[in-house]
Design a protein around this ligand. Structure first.
Ligand SMILES: Cc1ncc(COP(=O)(O)O)c(C=O)c1O
Length: 504
């Protein structure tokens, strides 16, 4: 084996760069094999290399099967422990038994990357993002300190800087990543609470604080109000207009009424892409109200915030530079694996004020700018930035724009289909990536559940005002026009073969 020179991490014999790289990669593999080798410590045979081979095999088999069967076998929740061997036991199992077990499990898990999955606000696979995510698993850095994550911190900072620049925010802006939009929205709420009264962080909530969000907004707002001590009862659910956008006149009135009654409004939460309809609140109007009453304005762009990347659809978040904080989920519209949720904030001092805490056992080198644990809601933190960085680096900002625009094009295809076929009733709003409809008057709840139970399609339903409808989300940018048309064809054939649905 090649030996290392004392005090150097470079073997003496290896002078040129390519030789060195070759050496390092083989040395790393060998080390990885030794370090992580014994998945079964009794036999001690399974090296990391073997494990990667198993991974490769499982993934290839899965992808091949997905190509034939876009929807996995439906395993009813009541039967899952009968159908799969999930029981844990004292003794380990052999590598081949484990592989078989894992294969059975992944083959029966819902397939979210195929053209049969339209159920939620994520889907598809962007392979370069997956590459980044897999590498972050291997590296297993914790994104609290530069000491533990090194250049990965700079990767995260580069991503956040670019997003802040796109909003035209200056050097005072910054951001962080947290595990999901509910959590980044939570961070926005905490900053709003503390910006209103910075003693809250120490003394606890001792004022009657209120929060404003539309009735169409995501359930994380009331949930987060409970977590933050503001309280669910102090969330004012503001009415929307006929297109699902927050009624800003009603917002203003609610704030005025609360102030008159001795409450302290601390947060207006706007939504860029409401969960069901995909509506975008008017940020310019909301920002004027926030300024008038000196209230923190957060935008929940978990679903639709990525329109920032599109010259064509950026107008949907017009005024975003006026807000205080903004959530974007790259794991929704940009197609990275779960989870990749960013929150950017106009003034980084708010992040620091709400989230920093000294810990001498953790922060031992470098400075706050490279120790993002000081602006994080977590301690140990997964590297969620690398997947977005790898995708972004690979396709460029123009490629991200294409990913976003494709989803809008697919939604146009869906809406056109619905609007041109008399068996469908359309409930969609324009300029978004959701297509909302009913077919032949079949209750959406029955139709979606039947499609799921028969392993035909995964699609969900939603409600707006009195209507409940199927919600087809075209967020998988790897789909093509034909995939959307096939969706309708599959649905229609299924109904024709199951006429009992029509009489429900
Ligand atoms: C508008 C909106 N905000 C927040 C969230 C929550 O995001 P996450 O699932 O990443 O917690 C969602 C999820 O669908 C959403 O639609």
């Amino acid at each position: 084996m090649t030996t290392l020179q004392p005090g150097s991490n470079k073997p003496a014999a290896l002078s040129n760069a390519s030789q060195y790289l070759k050496f390092m990669s083989s040395a790393c593999l060998a080390d990885a094999g030794r370090l992580f080798g014994c998945t079964n410590y009794k036999t001690g045979t399974q090296t990391m290399e073997n494990t990667l081979e198993v991974f490769d095999r499982l993934v290839r088999d899965l992808l091949a099967d997905e190509a034939q069967n876009p929807v996995a076998e439906h395993v009813p929740s009541g039967k899952v422990y009968e159908r799969l061997d999930l029981k844990l036991q004292n003794e380990g199992i052999s590598a081949s038994e484990l592989e078989a077990s894992l294969k059975d499990l992944i083959f029966t898990s819902p397939r979210t990357a195929t053209n049969g999955f339209f159920n939620q606000l994520f889907g598809g696979r962007q392979d370069k993002a997956i590459l980044g995510d897999l590498l972050s698993v291997i590296l297993n850095n914790s994104m609290a300190t530069y000491k533990a994550a090194g250049p990965q911190i700079a990767v995260e900072k580069a991503v956040l800087r670019e997003v802040c620049d796109m909003i035209s925010w200056g050097p005072e802006s910054d951001g962080t990543l947290a595990p999901g939009g509910s959590m980044t929205n939570f961070m926005g709420m905490l900053m709003a609470r503390d910006a209103f009264n910075e003693t809250t962080r120490f003394a606890g909530v001792h004022q009657k604080m209120t929060v404003y969000t539309s009735i169409e907004s995501h359930y994380s707002t009331p949930k987060n109000a409970a977590f933050s001590g503001i309280g669910r009862d102090n969330v004012r659910m503001i009415a929307t207009d006929t297109k699902g956008r927050m009624d800003n006149a009603a917002l203003r009135k609610a704030i005025q009424d609360d102030i008159a009654n001795g409450f302290h409004p601390v947060l207006i939460n706007c939504t860029a892409g409401t969960t069901v309809l995909g509506a975008f609140d008017n940020l310019v109007e909301a920002a004027a109200i926030a300024k008038e009453f000196n209230i923190w304005l957060h935008v929940d762009g978990a679903y639709g915030g990525s329109v920032l990347f599109s010259d064509t659809y950026r107008h949907l978040v017009e005024g975003v530079e006026l807000v205080d904080s903004f959530t974007i989920n790259a794991h929704k519209m940009l197609g990275t694996p779960l989870s990749c949720s960013l929150i950017v904030v106009k003034n980084k001092k708010n992040l620091h004020n709400s989230f920093s805490n000294d810990a001498s056992y953790l922060y031992q080198t470098d400075h706050d700018g490279f120790n993002p644990g000081k602006t994080s809601i977590q301690c140990g933190r997964r590297n969620d930035a690398l997947k977005l960085w790898a995708l972004w680096k690979s396709v460029g900002t123009n490629g991200l724009q294409d990913i976003v625009n494709t989803q809008f094009d697919l939604a146009d295809t869906g809406r056109d289909y619905v609007r041109n076929h008399p068996d469908y009733t359309d409930y969609s709003v324009d300029d978004t990536v959701a297509v909302c409809f009913n077919y032949k008057g079949i209750p959406a709840t029955d139709l979606c559940t039947a499609l799921y139970e028969h392993s035909e399609l995964l699609v969900g339903y939603g409600s707006f005002r009195e209507d409940t409808f199927v919600r087809l989300v075209t967020i998988n940018a790897t789909n093509e026009t034909q995939d959307i048309l096939n969706f309708f064809k599959t649905l229609e054939t299924f109904v024709a073969e199951n006429p009992e649905l029509l009489s429900a």
